[in-house]
Design a protein around this ligand. Structure first.
Ligand code: C2E
Ligand code: MG
Ligand code: MG
Length: 265
């Protein structure tokens, strides 16, 4: 029989296993540092859900997150993640007042105002201010939303002080429409643009276009998937403020994150 944690398992089996993992507190979180490219300082982290198999390997979020979205599990899963992230990060955030945490949201989060209170419940109760909790969403998640509702949820989130970032910028069909219609503060340039930076640091035409779009709108820019020194240098020279990627650190558990931060001080 196929294991429910195998990438080829039937969705129903995998989702039943996911329910059990959420109920048993058996998921975990890896945090990827976000770095200010000019100074090398760590400014925050992105929280990424992890689901470990008994052998220690991880089920890829790219396989179970989309299924969790289509089967109604994404809201409970994200609430689990927010609660866990708030409790794991609270001691670190008390010592490091400038750090933020970014959480990935999905289409369902923009179908009611529930997420606004859930964030306050999780992070507010742990003493982490809303301005330190950034929310990432892709254009795909907003595209099919009922008109008006996503905008109203985003407006509420911003009014509370959250920072909104458009994730995977450059991969969607209507990224620019999303920027026109919704009040974003930041833009995350997809890793494919970073990978396309030539060895001599020359950027691809489409990267330059993305940067121009962000600059015109006065959005802050975070580059994803920085794997090499020349990419970090080229992005900094182009005025990109922030970056994340294996070059700085892979996503890691809370203990390794704390050690990483201490080593950079
Ligand atoms: P994302 O939000 O764009 O997250 C960035 C992904 O890039 C992460 O993959 C991260 O591990 C990977 N990455 C980081 N640095 C590098 C690098 O230098 N090179 C390369 N090639 N990859 C890098 P991950 O953790 O497998 O997550 C994949 C996607 O699954 C995420 O993309 C996000 O869309 C989704 N996801 C992950 N965790 C959550 C979650 O808690 N909630 C929701 N809704 N989606 C999540
Ligand atoms: Mg993200
Ligand atoms: Mg991304």
């Amino acid at each position: 029989m196929t294991s429910p944690l195998s990438e080829t398992a039937p969705i129903g089996d995998m989702m039943t296993a996911l329910d059990s993992a959420i109920a048993a507190d058996a998921l975990s979180i890896h945090y990827q540092p976000v770095i200010a490219l000019s100074s090398g300082r760590m400014v925050g982290v992105e929280a990424l859900v992890r689901w470990a198999r008994p052998d220690g390997s991880f089920v890829s979020p790219d396989s179970f997150v989309p299924s969790a979205e289509t089967t109604g599990r994404i809201v409970p899963m994200t609430e689990w993640l927010m609660r866990r992230a708030a409790s794991e990060l609270a001691p670190l955030f008390a010592q490091e007042p400038d750090l933020h945490v970014a959480v990935n949201l999905s289409a369902q989060h923009f179908e009611s105002e529930r997420i606004v209170d859930a964030l306050a419940d999780c992070f507010g109760h742990a003493g982490i201010a809303a301005r330190r909790v950034h929310l990432e969403v892709t254009e795909r998640e907003l595209l099919h939303n009922r008109d008006g509702l996503a905008l109203s949820v985003m407006t509420s989130l911003r009014r509370r002080g959250h920072v909104l970032a458009l994730d995977d910028f450059g991969t969607g069909y209507s990224d620019r429409t999303a920027l026109d219609r919704f009040p974003f503060d930041a833009l995350k340039i997809d890793k494919s643009f970073v990978a396309a930076i030539a060895d001599d640091g020359a950027p691809d035409e489409s990267l330059l276009r993305a940067l121009m779009i962000a600059n015109v709108r006065r959005l802050s820019i975070i580059a994803e998937g920085i794997e090499q020194d020349h990419q970090a240098r080229a992005l900094a020279a182009l005025g990109v403020q922030y970056g994340q990627g294996h070059f700085y650190s892979r996503p890691v558990g809370i203990a390794a994150l704390t050690a990483y931060l201490a080593a950079r001080r």
